[in-house]
Design a protein around this ligand. Structure first.
Ligand code: ADP
Length: 300
């Protein structure tokens, strides 16, 4: 059997891509796509030429998170053209190919693998500093084939996103072992939804009166705090929401000998940026989640 012509085509296509980074998670809903989207925004804002490839074929959320809902892919003689957010930030997703976003994609493995292959082989990215690849959760068929396809071209590594609880961490351990098995370097683990943080001024305070009715006493409480302790103004209050019975992602990373990149708090601002399809580093740059994301990305 001779060399696979598809692999040769992928290798050729990826020649103009300097760095390839996978974003993985063990479970869905932990913030993997949010991280991939914001990482791409951050790299683009640092004047890098960035491509974001969404191969989460059954749940493509990248178009919405980049503010590109309803956009379509065009074809040229060079290949499929990504949809551009900015000149230096192009996006490719199956989400752009579905006539109805409410329609479920029910595909078997071979068809999914075929599309992933096409995404790697037929998209005309041009010269890229970074290709960020958002993958489906778990260690499914798609991962195995993607690992095979990318092996030929070399991938810089994977960033693994998890939430703090053991139910998520257990699956992430599998994910990291998968990476080790297929020879993909783990660039690091990110703990997302790690506690809830708000600046004091962002809280509302309520008090239940003798009649059982709730009264908003925010102004009163804040005025009292300012009067006696003005230095508390910038204070951030934190509380755990998802309980890390096993010590969370940091301990797991230490146990498995992979880098821990940091924690991103649960923060309504990040969910808002994702819903609006915007970068959290421009309009919301002082939010706790944006500051934490920035610190994490710096370490990558
Ligand atoms: P996944 O890709 O792992 O399935 P998503 O990135 O789609 O997860 O995130 C799931 C939901 O959680 C989204 O609505 C997203 O806006 C929200 N989300 C992710 N991270 C945070 C966070 N740190 N704070 C608040 N909401 C978040």
């Amino acid at each position: 059997k001779g060399p696979d012509p598809d692999l040769a085509a992928i290798e050729e296509r990826m020649r103009t891509v300097k760095h390839k980074v996978l974003v993985l998670s063990g479970k869905g809903g932990v913030g993997k796509s949010t991280f991939a989207a914001q990482l791409s925004f951050a790299l683009a804002e640092a004047d890098k030429q960035v491509g974001l490839l969404d191969i989460d074929i059954c749940g493509p959320s990248i178009p919405k998170m980049l503010g590109l809902e309803g956009e379509e892919i065009h074809q040229s003689n060079l290949g499929w053209s990504p949809v551009y957010v900015e000149d230096n930030l192009g996006v490719m997703s199956i989400g752009f190919m579905l006539p109805d976003p409410d329609e479920a994609v029910v595909w078997r493995g071979p068809r999914k693998n075929g599309l992933i292959k096409q995404f790697l082989k037929d998209v005309y990215w041009g010269d890229l500093d970074y290709l960020v690849i958002d993958t489906p959760p778990g260690t499914s068929d798609e991962h195995i084939s993607m690992a095979q396809f990318l092996k030929a071209t070399g991938v810089d590594g994977a960033i693994v996103v998890t939430t703090p609880q053991e139910v998520s961490i257990i699956d992430v351990r599998k994910e990291i072992n998968f990476c080790k098995k297929v020879g993909i370097r783990v660039l690091g683990v990110v703990e997302n939804m790690s506690g809830f943080q708000q600046k004091l001024g962002a809280f509302t305070f309520r008090k239940t009166g003798p009649d059982g009715l709730e009264e908003d006493v925010t102004e009163k409480v804040l005025a009292e705090i300012r009067a006696v302790a003005p230095h508390l103004e910038g204070l951030t209050a934190c509380t755990e929401i998802l309980h890390a019975s096993g010590g969370g992602a940091e301990k797991m990373a230490r146990d498995l000998g992979v880098p821990f990149l940091g924690r991103i708090p649960l923060d309504a601002t990040l969910s808002r940026a994702a819903e609006e399809g915007r970068s959290c580093f421009t309009d919301y740059k002082d939010a706790p989640s944006s500051l934490a994301l920035k610190a994490v990305i710096k370490k990558v």
